[in-house]
Design a protein around this ligand. Structure first.
Ligand SMILES: [Zn+2]
Length: 271
């Protein structure tokens, strides 16, 4: 599943190719994504030039003079800028043909993604308005987590994955950050000290920044290529490594379901 680093890598990959380019036409081959892709999109976009591509949590926002196209990659989505001559494949559900002959192509085999047009403030859109701060921005800090977690018994991993607390920290990077910070994922959020939240905030930033940096090596894959989406292989410390030795102490990594999500941790290094 694309997490925040993949979405940010996508943004960096497509932004320079789309900025300033005008949409010539929109081809909706399959409107049944998580929410229907409306014909309004096909009417609104042609003739408008892309002003920029920004990201909020795991949403990408294509800014146009008359509004925003909100894109979400869902479970399996990818965006690429390809030659208009490249025939679409089975799961290529949406094309935006640009004035340079290239196409922004949205592929999504599982169809949990989204492509929504809004003319209002995109940050006030129902999908985005309740989101907490971005994990890589200053508003996300130890004090923020500490104040909001007092008297909460929820597991710290679930707390960290609550998008009202911080936007876009998904399952993989929550496990990774808690491992790096040495915090047991099942510990009640309200019982973690300010000092340990400082370590956790640094760890969240480190794992996301590492992954974004790794993604930078794949940026060329967003252009004129028909391979797999530009998702990079992740070098994970603990996620998905059940029964394998902890890199730090050699203890077998354990897996447990917390908040209905698979969670990986070292029982010795994380307490
Ligand atoms: Zn360990």
């Amino acid at each position: 599943m694309p997490e925040l680093p993949e979405v940010e890598t996508t943004r960096r990959g497509i932004e320079p190719l789309l900025s300033g380019r005008r949409v010539m036409s929109v081809n909706i081959r399959e409107p049944r994504l998580r929410w229907p892709v409306t014909a309004e999109l096909a009417r609104a976009l042609p003739g408008q030039a892309v002003r920029g591509v920004t990201r909020r949590a795991k949403f990408l926002l294509l800014e146009f003079p008359a509004g925003h196209l909100i894109l979400h990659l869902g479970m399996s989505g990818s965006l690429r800028v390809v030659s208009g001559n490249l025939p679409p494949e089975k799961h290529d559900h949406l094309d935006l043909l640009m004035d340079d002959g290239r196409v922004l192509r949205f592929r999504d085999p599982r169809r949990f993604g989204a492509a929504l047009w809004t003319t209002g403030d995109p940050l006030a859109h129902p999908l985005l308005k309740g989101l907490g701060p971005e994990p890589l921005e200053d508003q996300f800090n130890a004090e923020w987590l500490h104040v909001r977690s007092r008297s909460r018994r929820v597991a710290v991993k679930s707390f960290l994955m609550n998008s009202r607390i911080v936007a876009g920290v998904g399952n993989i990077y929550a496990s990774e950050a808690l491992y790096l910070a040495g915090i047991h994922p099942g510990r009640p959020a309200g019982r973690i000290s300010l000092e340990r939240y400082r370590s956790l905030v640094s760890a969240v930033r480190a794992v996301l920044e590492d992954a974004i940096a790794a993604g930078g090596t794949t940026l060329r894959d967003f252009v004129d290529s028909d391979g797999n989406p530009g998702y990079f292989s992740r070098k994970l410390r603990v996620y998905g490594r059940q029964d394998e030795a902890c890199h730090r102490c050699g203890t077998p990594v354990r897996s447990r379901v917390i908040g209905q999500r698979s969670t990986y941790f070292c029982p010795r290094c994380q307490h």
